[in-house]
Design a protein around this ligand. Structure first.
Ligand SMILES: Nc1ncnc2c1ncn2[C@@H]1O[C@H](COP(=O)(O)OP(=O)(O)O)[C@@H](O)[C@H]1O
Ligand SMILES: N[C@@H](CCOP(=O)(O)O)C(=O)O
Length: 353
C-alpha cells in the first residue's frame, strides 16, 4: 500500500521588538508539502522526486540531498537508524512564505523536514523531541517553536551539561552533511543525535482583534548576515530596557481591548534593531514616523525576525499604515508588498486513509 500525507507549516515573525531570540508569532502564510510514499517494490532504488511551486521556486534546490527540508528529514531518519529515504518518494512543496524576508521561511522548512522525517520513519516522536531535532539545525528557538506549536510563543534553551552541550554545538555541516545521492555509497559516520529536552516553550494569550500587517521590502536579507552585525556584549541599561518591555508585551497583547500606548512603547528594542538599520534603509523612519497617534488602529511596529520585513500589529487602519510605510521606503528607493495576516495555529500533518 502506498501512503499519502500532507504537512502544513506556518510562517513566523520572531522577536516582536524586545524579544530577540525569545518570542515568535505564527502567521497565515504556509509552506505545504504533499508526500507520496509508494508501496515497497523490487524496482531498483530511486531517490526522491521533488517538485516545488510558489515563493522561492526559482532558487530552491530540487535535489533531496541539497534541499533544506529533505536534508533535515534525512537527519531525523539517520538519527533513528534509517539510512535512506524510501525508494521512489514523491514530494511536492507549495510555498507562500517569501525567502530571506524575516518571515521564518527557513524555520518553516526545518519544521517541515522534521515532520517529514517523523512521518517517513513512522517514528511517532512527541512535540518536545521534534523540537530538539529542529534546534540542532536552527539554533535560535523563536521561529521553529512558533512554527511547530502555533500562536504567540515564548521559548528558552535549556542549559546543557558539558557532554550535551558538545553534542548540541556541532557545526551545521556535521548535522546536515550533503550526502552522496547514491543509496549504495558510503554514508559516513552517524550524525550527532540531539540531547533530550533542549527547548522549552509556553504559549501566551493573543487578543483576537489584533492582526499583523507584514510590510515586505522587495529584497532578501539572510538571517546569518543580519546576525553578523550584532554585538556580543550589551550594557545593563539596554538589557533592562528590553526586559522591561518584553515582560509587559507578553501580557499586553492578550488584553482586550489592546492598549496602543502600552504596546507601542513595549515593542521598542535596543538589542537588535539599532544594529540592523544599516542593512535595512528606512527601518528607523518607518518605526518612528508610524505611531498610534498618526495612525489610528496601530498598536506597535517593529522589525519582523531578522528583517527586512516590518511587522505592524494593528486592530484597523491597515491601508494607511502600509501605504505610508510604502512611501517612506520609496524615499530610500525600496519597493514593498504588504499583506494583512492572522495569527494561526501550528503545524499539522494530515494522512490520507
Ligand atoms: N521551503 C523551503 N525549502 C527549502 N529551503 C528553504 C525553504 N524556505 C527557506 N529555505 C532556505 O532558507 C533560506 C532563507 O533563510 P533565512 O536567511 O533564515 O531567511 P528567513 O528569514 O526567510 O528564514 C533560503 O534562502 C533557502 O536556502
Ligand atoms: N531571533 C532571530 C530570528 C530570525 O528570524 P528570521 O525569520 O529572519 O529567520 C533573529 O532576529 O536573528
Amino acid at each position: 500500500m502506498s501512503r499519502l500525507f500532507r504537512i502544513c507549516v506556518p510562517a513566523t515573525s520572531a522577536n516582536i521588538g524586545p524579544g530577540f531570540d525569545v518570542v515568535g508569532l505564527s502567521l497565515s502564510l504556509h509552506l505545504n508539502l504533499s508526500v507520496t510514499v509508494p508501496a515497497p517494490s523490487d524496482a531498483p532504488y530511486q531517490p526522491p522526486t521533488i517538485t516545488y511551486s510558489g515563493e522561492g521556486a526559482d532558487e530552491v534546490p530540487l535535489d533531496a540531498y541539497k534541499n533544506l527540508t529533505t536534508r533535515v528529514a534525512l537527519y531525523v531518519l539517520r538519527c533513528n537508524n534509517i539510512a535512506h529515504f524510501p525508494s521512489h518518494l514523491i514530494l511536492h512543496a507549495s510555498n507562500e512564505i517569501p525567502f530571506g524576508r524575516g518571515l521564518g521561511s527557513s524555520g518553516a522548512a526545518v519544521i517541515a523536514g522534521v515532520l517529514l522525517g517523523n512521518e517517513l520513519g513512522q517514528l511517532n516522536l512527541p512535540t518536545e523531541r521534534l523540537l530538539d531535532f529542529a534546534l540542532m539545525v536552527e539554533r535560535h528557538p523563536d521561529n521553529v517553536t512558533a512554527a511547530l506549536a502555533g500562536g504567540f510563543v515564548g521559548s528558552y534553551l535549556k542549559e546543557l551539561d558539558d557532554e550535551a552541550s558538545e553534542a548540541a554545538s556541532v557545526p551545521l555541516s556535521e548535522v546536515l552533511p550533503e550526502y552522496p545521492p547514491n543509496a549504495g555509497a558510503d554514508w559516513g559516520l552517524s550524525p550527532p543525535v540531539p540531547p533530550l529536552g533542549i527547548g522549552h516553550y509556553v504559549r501566551f494569550g493573543w487578543a483576537p482583534s489584533i492582526k499583523a500587517v507584514a510590510i515586505i521590502p522587495r529584497f532578501e536579507l539572510s538571517t546569518a548576515r543580519a546576525r553578523e552585525v550584532l554585538p556580543t556584549m550589551y550594557s545593563r541599561k539596554d538589557l533592562v530596557f528590553n526586559l522591561q518591555r518584553l515582560a509587559v508585551l507578553t501580557t499586553a497583547l492578550a488584553q482586550s481591548p489592546p492598549d496602543p500606548e502600552l504596546i507601542y512603547e513595549a515593542m521598542k528594542d535596543r538589542v537588535h534593531q539599532p544594529y540592523r538599520k544599516a542593512l535595512i534603509p528606512g527601518l528607523p523612519e518607518v518605526t518612528s514616523r508610524i505611531t498610534p497617534a498618526t495612525h489610528p488602529g496601530l498598536l506597535g511596529i517593529c522589525l519582523s525576525g531578522a528583517g527586512p520585513t516590518i511587522l505592524a500589529l494593528a486592530t484597523g487602519g491597515f491601508d494607511a499604515i502600509a501605504e505610508d510605510a510604502r512611501a517612506i521606503f520609496r524615499e530610500q528607493g525600496i519597493e514593498i508588498d504588504w499583506k494583512v495576516l492572522d495569527v494561526v495555529g501550528g503545524s499539522t500533518v494530515e494522512r490520507d486513509p
